[in-house]
Design a protein around this ligand. Structure first.
Ligand code: CO
Length: 171
């Protein structure tokens, strides 16, 4: 997992910067993010997680084993509605920890650019909506653990210490 930044790495707390021009660097970065996401069996990855502050997200839920790659450049949520049911989230940057999140929106409308610099709108609900919200959070320096209740946060702290110890020991 070397290439993925792990909590509490400070870059995960920074705000990503808008991409002004989609040049070779951005295209290569997108390709790299897609590779890393698949390699680690993730369903989403934000650029911050590999150490760069570009406003980039890649997602592939691989529903029923089918690939559907979504690349979002400068994504921004322009409308949202409802609350998604309680569900578990995890994150490649918080490896091994999963917890229930209650405050995600059900439906969202997101504006973004694709790699051909075309402006696009995606309207989506339920699980894909939640994953997009999780990834856009990353671009704002937020992690899913920030959505935990105070009681859940205490559990996380304890559990995370244990997970860190286990990781150290397995090195
Ligand atoms: Co994440």
């Amino acid at each position: 997992m070397e290439e993925i930044k792990v909590y509490p790495d400070s870059i995960l707390r920074k705000k990503a910067k808008d991409i002004e021009r989609i040049d070779d660097r951005i295209i290569q970065l997108l390709d790299k993010m897609v590779d890393i996401m698949y390699k680690h069996n993730g369903i989403g990855l934000a650029a911050e997680q590999i150490g760069t502050l570009d406003k980039l997200v890649v997602i592939d839920l691989r529903t029923n084993g089918n690939n559907r790659l979504i690349e979002l450049i400068n994504p921004i949520i322009i409308a949202s509605e409802g609350t998604y049911e309680e569900h578990e989230e995890g994150c490649l940057s918080v490896p091994g920890y999963y917890d229930v999140i209650k405050d995600r929106k059900k439906w969202i409308k997101v504006k973004y650019l694709d790699r051909n610099e075309e402006e696009k709108i995606i309207e989506t609900e339920d699980f894909l909506s939640v994953v997009i919200q999780h990834e856009i959070d990353h671009l704002n320096g937020r992690l899913f653990i920030d959505h935990l209740s105070p009681t859940q946060k205490l559990v996380f702290k304890k559990e995370w210490k244990k997970l860190q110890r286990e990781r150290e020991e397995s090195k």
